[in-house]
Design a binder for this molecule. Structure first.
Ligand code: 3PG
Length: 395
């Protein structure tokens, strides 16, 4: 695909698809990472003399003008991050958007209202794509985190204008390529989270591509129970036992080592700071539940990491939001950061919870790459084609 290096931006109206779907609580943005990571692309385009017209969705208004889902507050936030005024237009197409664009000077930055205020966006409606395309001379997609959606602003419009990857899109794709495309081996993947059922495709694809697959979080309970261990009151999916055994078998024949927990931190109930015990996987008490992996498991993971060249991480090892069940995730995260800095481990993490967990452990800045994407990162790891990326490759 083409990048900003291939775009002669001077004087052009550049439609920039960003992902400004940032977390907001009580009207305040609680995490500016996506805005900060987007800022180099905006600045580069503005510095090169483009008229930068930013498109994004926000939340899921389902084709209605839900006032709480307006992008208007994001103009101010963008402006403070890029250090330049950012204009705002009340609609992303039609006379309002066209008038705002026609007033722009070279180097100006304009944010358009939520694309999902139009029902056509999620339907990838050609009429909406055409209305969007009218506003620009070129299209730049910097929204890797929305690239798993085949929508007008991520896919349709890319086919109507000369299309380019922005710097963030480029960085995300390069990191993923280094993680699973042509990685240096051995590759370790850590997959955690609650349910096997939501990560089936991920586990299937990773077990074909990596050398060691570490399974943690509540989904590990399902694997252990499938192997015949009594998991007490632990969260698990009884209906997934056969599938879990199949994954273990497939991995074995494909030479992928699956590392399951060897010991677990258990408690009688799920709350902060209860009385806990660390037990071996074969002695989970009937009235207790597993909420984190134990120190012996952490040692085994660290052993694999020391021998690894590449790590892909998706999903926490325990119920990290409720201490002390963050202990294993934090310990492994710190080892990963140490090995990244001192031993050249290439460490790539992503997916909603994973980023919060890495941040909670204080290591997000010391990993090789932390993705801004949730669902898109997962779909990529599942081996799926992302429509927003595919459209750039064709463009
Ligand atoms: C995200 O936050 O993962 C992206 O912005 C996609 O949002 P969506 O799941 O509402 O499409």
């Amino acid at each position: 695909f083409r990048t900003l290096d291939d775009l002669d931006a001077q004087g052009k109206r550049v439609l920039l698809r960003a992902d400004l779907n940032v977390p907001v609580r009580d009207g305040a943005i609680t995490d500016r990472t996506r805005i900060e990571r987007l800022s180099p692309t905006i600045k580069e385009l503005a510095d090169k003399g483009a008229k930068v017209i930013i498109l994004s969705h926000f939340d899921r208004p389902k084709g209605m003008r839900v006032p709480e889902m307006s992008l208007r507050p994001l103009a101010e936030a963008l402006s403070s991050v890029i250090g330049k005024p950012v204009g705002f237009a009340d609609d992303c197409i039609g006379p309002v958007a066209e008038a705002a664009v026609s007033k722009m000077a070279d180097g100006d930055v304009l944010l358009l209202e939520n694309t999902r205020y139009h029902a056509g966006e999620e339907k990838n409606d050609p009429a909406l794509s055409a209305d969007l395309a009218k506003l620009g001379d070129a299209y730049v997609n910097d929204a890797f985190s929305a690239a798993h959606r085949a929508h007008s602003s991520t896919e349709g419009v890319a086919k109507l204008l000369p299309a380019y990857a922005g710097r963030l899109m480029q960085a995300e794709l390069e990191a993923l390529q280094a993680a699973l495309g042509t990685p240096s081996r051995p590759v370790v993947a850590i997959v955690g989270g609650a349910k096997v059922s939501t990560k089936l495709d991920l586990l299937g694809n990773l077990s074909k591509k990596v050398d060691v697959l570490v399974i943690g979080g509540a989904m590990a309970n399902t694997f252990l129970a499938a192997q015949g261990y009594d998991m007490g009151k632990s969260l698990q999916e009884a209906e997934m036992h056969a599938t879990a055994l199949q994954i273990l078998n497939d991995a074995k024949s494909g030479n992928c080592e699956i590392l399951l927990p060897r010991d677990l931190v258990v408690a009688a109930e799920f709350k902060a700071h209860p009385t806990t015990r660390t037990v071996s996987v074969d002695s989970v008490p009937a009235d207790m539940m597993a909420l984190d992996v134990g120190p012996e498991t952490v040692d085994a993971i660290e052993d694999r990491l020391r021998k690894a060249s590449t790590l892909v991480w998706n999903g926490p090892l325990g119920a990290f939001e409720t201490p002390p069940f963050d202990a294993a995730t934090v310990a492994v995260a710190q080892s990963v950061a140490g090995l990244t800095q001192s031993a050249g481990l290439k460490s790539i993490g992503g997916g909603g919870d994973t980023v919060s967990a890495l941040r909670h452990a204080g290591v997000a800045e010391r990993m090789t790459y932390v993705s801004t994407a949730g669902g898109a990162f997962l779909e990529w790891l599942e081996g799926k084609t992302l429509p927003g990326v595919a459209a750039l490759q064709q463009g």
